[in-house]
Design a protein around this ligand. Structure first.
Ligand code: 26V
Length: 818
């Protein structure tokens, strides 16, 4: 017998080189004497995958042996981006791989660029899940993520003539080395059918007789922690035709149709829904939700039952985290399993469910709260609808005892929304059944308590908490900004900040040090060069490195106010155009960069994208303007574009109307990278102000408590002349497409300016001018930049996850021995 240590893979450059060649020959099946960059990437990633699998096995074994309480993170979306660099950095073998590749005549960075993004999510919520997985692994928590393995990720955005077009993202085309297919881990998921009353053990009960079965097959994605052997699992489910054949159709001879119908099962996990605004009550979306929830719970319950035989122990061993309401059918499904299958009785089952689930909400907009039409739910999941009605009945009865017969309040809080179309309010369901409801920033929590879920807060104040979001410094500094990473480690004299990001505060004392400032600026310039090359390649626009790179990248939404940014750019253009030649010398040159996707059906958002291109066309080709102002739209914004853009920007904009952004995590990534923020006091920026001080940021705009009064003024609200002027320029066709932009202009004029662009315009321009002045004083600017990075410690997802572990999930680290 060999010792286990003998089979562990070795990590010195020579062994890695051999290993890569092995995979070229036997996995990629190319000649080891002749392979290109992509094939080298494939072989390299398979070599890394082997090392991930080793650690992943050890971690799972160790968790099994120790049997700690585990966290299961349920999310319909994970925006993982690329895996190669992140994996080798977390495994601590990046330099060894780089050396091995050099021997083979390849460069690590070039191969890393070969990888496509895993874009199984829309935006903030989905990238947050990815950051949190990294922190869970790094902090050694016994955790696991569950999600859906969409065959088509978020659509690719292509721009034709300035208009957004969507193309499918068939990301699995060239295989995915980062997943392991588990053909033996599969569960039957049922839909439709009827509920029948049956007598079991002399007891009356409701039993679901389903009508359709689909198989869920597990695909495991190892998530390595940094500086630890712990490698946790992200298990994504794919839909496959069930093994349970529809014998009837085979027997009647309709073989072809039977096969075609079976194949339809796969559509469930085919495509990610690209709208992050409103829930449209689509059957396929509901099927996705239940499919993923049912498979995950079967898996979790099987694992629990392997070791335990009493369900009363379940809440002590299992914490179930609902990432928004998208997986909230899990509550109902667990009730169904415990009552109908495990036969625990309603009260015991209810007690277990209430102690197990916790819920985080990611929105402040009531229209974004999910509702499921009762008819739809009743046809797809008839037994679940009954259970929801029973939960609601008990809840409303309890509520009547607490608040009396206040019918308007009772109907607002009810899980069932009455009306022309009856709906199930998934947020109400989640609040009733979860022991904890988390917001994602301090002000978000206040809004939840005072507005969105006011009645529930009054009923159960103890359920409401918040955990300010964070992002992982491993991805957002170490992977994406290696030069800054090296510089920070040099000045702090340690790399310990990579796991303890509070140590970045140590940079404060050097913020005015000319040597650090010099090196800091150098890092920024190199990153700007990289970004400038990318911009030129994507849009053909040449930009000057002396200009301030001013960035707004995020999904396009009216509340995020990309339109305010563009109108500000038009104002700047107009000013420069009308300037005396001598004054032009005082203008601080700017490169304005925007990027982001509009939901395919979101017309106004699409018009904003077109306006950006129309303005860019005019500005960038105007000889009077030259390098003083450039505007570029970066197409197909995604995680890896963010990794390139963020390190290379000087200023970033987070300018949502106060009270609308639950948190916002982009700001945190820019902050870590020493990029200054131009922002409204909304979501997480309020807490960033607390950390780095208002002096180190550029703040403007109506405050949260002013917004509703201002809105109420409607057409009587004073709007500056400059605003009317720039909107008029768009209306009059100064940038072309006059008719097309009319409805866009209408959204911000004549008392319809819901997001207060007009009201905030003057203070926006003043703040932009303050940013210009600060940029001229490079010493001051660099100091502010260093202080931004130094003050970013609180915005690490490590902190968020530690708070969740202690205050919400009740889990402890479980570190696999190295
Ligand atoms: C809603 C829907 C509606 C149904 C169709 C699919 C779908 C997908 C996503 C969403 C909700 C998106 C919510 C979201 O991303 N919220 C963002 O969460 C971030 C992380 O907490 C936070 O920083 C942002 O402020 C918040 O907008």
């Amino acid at each position: 017998m060999f010792e286990l240590m003998d089979v562990f893979l070795k990590n010195d450059p020579i062994s890695l080189e051999k290993d890569i060649l092995y995979h070229v020959e036997y996995t990629v099946a190319r000649s080891r004497f002749n392979f290109d960059d992509f094939e080298a990437y494939q072989a390299l990633s398979h070599s890394v995958r082997d090392r991930l699998i080793e650690r992943w096995h050890d971690t799972q074994q160790y968790f099994k042996k120790k049997d700690p309480k585990r966290l299961y993170f349920l999310s319909l979306e994970f925006l993982m981006g690329r895996s190669l660099s992140n994996s080798v950095i977390n495994l601590g073998i990046r330099d060894q791989y780089a050396a091995a590749l050099r021997q083979l005549g390849f460069e690590f960075e070039v191969l890393a660029e070969q990888e496509g993004d895993a874009a199984l999510g829309n935006g903030g919520l989905a990238r947050l899940s990815a950051c949190q997985m990294d922190s869970l692994a790094t902090l050694d928590y016994p955790a696991m993520g569950y999600g859906l393995r969409y065959q088509y990720g978020l659509f690719r955005q292509i721009i034709l003539d300035g208009f957004q077009h969507e193309q499918p993202d068939y990301w699995l085309n060239f295989g995915n080395p980062w997943e392991i297919e588990r053909v033996h881990v599969s569960y039957a998921v049922k839909f439709y059918g009827t509920v029948e009353e049956q007598i079991l053990n002399a007891e009356k009960c409701n039993i679901w007789v389903p009508g359709e079965t689909v198989e869920a097959v597990a695909y495991d994605n190892p998530i390595p922690g940094y500086g630890t052997r712990n490698t946790i699992n992200l298990r994504l489910w794919a839909a496959k035709p069930s093994g349970q054949y529809d014998m009837e159709s085979y027997n009647t001879g309709d073989y072809i149709n039977a096969v075609v119908n079976r194949q339809k099962a796969e559509t469930i996990s085919n495509v990610l829904y690209p709208d992050d605004r409103s829930y449209q009550g689509k059957e396929l979306r509901l099927k996705q939700q239940y499919f993923f929830v049912s498979a995950s719970l079967q898996d979790i319950i099987r694992r629990f039952k392997d070791v335990h035989d009493n369900f009363d122990d379940f809440p002590g061993k299992v914490a179930l985290q609902l990432n928004d309401t998208h997986p909230s059918l899990a509550i109902v499904e667990l009730m169904r399993v415990l009552v109908d299958e495990e036969r625990l009785g309603w009260d015991r089952a209810w007690d277990i469910v209430c102690k197990t689930f916790c819920f985080t909400t990611h929105t402040v907009l009531p229209e974004a709260l999910e509702k499921i039409p009762v008819d739809l739910l009743g046809s797809l999941l008839p037994r679940h609808l009954q259970i929801i009605y029973d939960i609601n009945f008990n809840f409303v009865e309890e509520l009547k005892k607490r608040i009396g017969l206040d019918y308007s309040r009772l109907s607002l809080m009810s899980i069932v929304e009455e009306g022309a179309v009856k709906n199930i309010r998934m947020a109400n369901l989640s609040i009733v059944c979860c022991h904890t409801i988390n917001g994602v920033s301090r002000v978000h929590a206040e809004l939840l308590k005072k507005r969105v879920f006011k009645d529930f807060y009054e009923l159960w104040p103890q359920k409401f908490q918040y955990k300010t979001n964070g992002v992982t410094q491993r991805r957002w500094i170490v992977v994406s900004n290696p030069n800054l990473c090296a510089l920070v480690s040099k000045w702090l004299g340690t790399e310990a900040w990579i796991c303890n990001v509070d140590l970045l505060a140590g940079l404060q004392e050097f913020a005015s040090n000319p040597d650090l400032q010099q090196e800091w600026k150098m890092v920024k310039t190199v990153n700007k060069m990289r970004l400038a090359e990318y911009i030129e390649a994507m849009s053909g626009v040449k930009v000057s490195l002396d200009a301030m790179f001013d960035v707004q990248i995020k999904r396009i939404h009216e509340y995020k106010r990309q339109l305010l940014n563009i109108l500000g750019i038009i104002h700047r253009y107009d000013c420069i155009k009308n300037m005396e030649k001598s004054d032009k010398r005082k203008v601080v040159p700017r490169v304005c960069i925007l990027g982001g996707k509009a939901a395919p059906g979101y017309e106004i958002a699409k018009k904003i994208i077109k306006l950006c291109h129309a303005v860019a066309e005019k500005v960038n080709n105007d000889a009077d303007i030259g390098d003083l102002l450039k505007l570029v739209f970066i197409p197909d914004y995604n995680v890896s574009v963010a990794e390139l853009v963020i390190p290379g920007s000087d200023l970033s904009q987070h300018i949502s109307t106060a009270g609308h952004e639950a948190s916002g995590t982009g700001s945190m990534k820019f902050l870590m990278n020493g990029c200054l923020l131009l922002a409204t006091a909304d979501g997480s920026t309020v807490e960033i102000i607390d950390e780095i001080g208002a002096d180190n940021m550029f703040l403007f705009g109506a405050k949260m408590n002013e917004v509703s009064t201002l809105r109420d003024k409607g057409a009587a609200l004073k709007v500056p002349l400059q605003f009317a002027r720039v909107v008029r320029m768009v209306r009059d066709g100064y940038f072309g497409f006059k008719d097309y932009f009319k409805s866009l202009c209408d959204t911000v004029e004549d008392g319809r300016d819901f997001y207060l662009l007009g009201h905030d315009f003057s203070s926006y321009l003043e703040t932009q001018a303050a940013a210009d002045r600060a940029f001229v004083d490079q010493e001051k600017w660099t100091r502010m930049s260093i202080l931004s990075t130094a003050g970013s410690g609180r915005f690490s997802s490590d902190r968020t996850i530690e708070e969740y572990a202690e205050k919400t999930w009740g889990i402890e680290p479980c570190k696999c021995p190295s």
